[in-house]
Design a protein around this ligand. Structure first.
Ligand code: ZN
Length: 194
């Protein structure tokens, strides 16, 4: 009985982890992160950063497709005899698919969105225009908002999700955080400092 429960838990954890591997592992290489300051420092806004947001969105979407793996393996395990392990895989895969499908019903989207990239571009456009916050605007994306490095003005209230940089808290601890948060920011917006 205990081994069945352990097999179920192992299957569930593995099935839950598999769809998250693309964004947890593939983008952490140092080559992919050249030109970005190390985590968790703020990142200057640039077309490169906007492109990174779109890349991360792609990695999250890829994860939705890899959900097929635990579903298939789970199904095969159920047929093949190791049914509790298979049920765990199948359930975790289905759970992930359902949570990703929530976006169709106006639920929370994945951590990086097209709207986020558009807002970054808008802040850059304003910084280049006459409406800029100061003569030498240097917008940077901090954890809780976009602020100007030169005049410290808050330019946009937008929490920074995980952007694929190798994490300061290490591969395993950082990876565990990512697993729990799905790459979403783990802080609440601070509304007192406007
Ligand atoms: Zn400024």
């Amino acid at each position: 009985m205990i081994s069945a429960v352990l097999f179920f838990i192992a299957g569930f954890l593995l099935g839950h982890l598999m769809p998250r591997i693309p964004f947890m592992v593939l983008c952490r290489t140092s080559g992919f992160n050249k030109g970005f300051p190390p985590h968790p420092e703020p990142i200057p806004l640039s077309p490169r950063l906007t492109q990174r947001v779109l890349h991360m969105r792609w990695f999250h979407r890829l994860g939705t497709f890899t959900t097929l793996l635990p579903l298939c393996f789970g199904y095969l395990s159920i047929l093949g005899g190791q049914s509790t392990f298979g049920y765990g895989l199948f359930l975790a895969g289905g759970w992930t698919l359902l949570s990703r499908a929530q976006v169709l019903l106006d639920g929370p989207p994945v951590a990086c969105t097209l709207e986020m990239a558009e807002r970054l571009q808008m802040v850059m456009n304003i910084a280049d225009s006459e409406e800029a916050c100061c003569p030498h605007p240097q917008p940077q994306w901090w954890v809780e908002s976009i602020r100007c490095e030169s005049c410290s003005k808050r330019l946009e209230e937008m929490l920074r999700p995980d952007l694929g940089r190798p994490r300061k808290d290490g591969f395993f601890r950082g990876g565990f955080r990512l697993w729990l948060s799905d790459g979403r920011p783990m802080v609440l917006p601070d509304e007192s400092q406007n």
